[in-house]
Write a protein that binds this ligand. Structure first.
Ligand code: ADP
Ligand code: MG
Length: 220
């Protein structure tokens, strides 16, 4: 049972509309999976079910060992701690430095030792090439730099899986490529990466599985 995600006959609703039906997918550890398809085809909806922001309403859904049809609200933080979530629009806290943004996550997830926390934050920032900008506020950074910080933040608690919803959507081609280099290296290191994108080049340049969202279904 090495699958991180197993969906069988899953259905997902948004408001009173069925967005996805009869979803049958399985993802193993270390896989790179592209979520492709038109705007409104359900890519973000699918990702939301993986971290329990939307319920799955039929079939069987298992994510990191949790039964997503029966998971309790109080269990969600434990599930989410084991995944790193990256959005197109960064979602960094603007009233504090890069370092404080990452320390905030460590405090929220039970870290106590201040020296250990600081060293860990700087090490994560080093991995994404941002260690010299730890003291900066997010608005002092370029989009690409902010997304690097978001990736560092996503890696803080050694996730088994990264979910990236259009991580390069707001970036120019060159900067997008730098972000893809990071995400691809993460998947090569054995961490599963699921990312949605409208950029057809990424699956060519950074090979992975391709899921096409169409007509409420996923075709591989
Ligand atoms: P994608 O990420 O592929 O662009 P979405 O998952 O955002 O697609 O949207 C899939 C469908 O769900 C669309 O029909 C969209 O209008 C609907 N939808 C998305 N978010 C909401 C929401 N918060 N409330 C109601 N419907 C939504
Ligand atoms: Mg979307």
């Amino acid at each position: 049972m090495s699958a991180l995600i197993t969906y069988k006959g899953v259905e997902v609703h948004q408001a009173d509309q069925i967005v996805l039906h009869d979803i049958n997918v399985s993802v193993e550890s270390g896989e790179m999976v592209y979520l492709l398809g038109k705007v409104g085809s359900g890519k973000s909806t699918f990702m939301k079910t993986l971290y329990g922001a939307l319920p799955t309403v039929a079939g069987e859904a298992n994510v990191l060992g949790y039964d997503m049809l029966r998971i309790r609200r109080r269990q969600l933080p434990y599930l989410r701690r084991r995944m790193g979530i990256i959005f197109q629009d960064y979602k960094l806290l603007t009233d504090r430095s890069v370092e404080e943004n990452l320390l905030f996550v460590l405090r929220a997830t039970g870290w106590k030792d201040k020296t250990l926390m600081r060293n860990h934050v700087l090490e994560m920032l080093r991995q994404v090439g941002m260690e010299t900008k730890a003291y900066k506020r997010p608005y002092e950074l370029s989009g690409g730099e902010q997304q690097r910080v978001v990736i560092a933040r996503a890696l803080l608690n050694s996730p088994e899986m990264i979910l990236a919803d259009e991580p390069t959507g707001n970036l120019d081609a060159e900067t997008g490529k730098e972000i893809m280099d990071l995400l691809y290296a993460i998947s090569q290191a054995g961490i599963t990466v699921l990312m949605s994108t409208h950029n057809q080049q990424w699956p060519e340049q950074y090979p992975g599985r391709r899921w096409l969202f169409e007509g409420g279904e996923i075709r591989e």
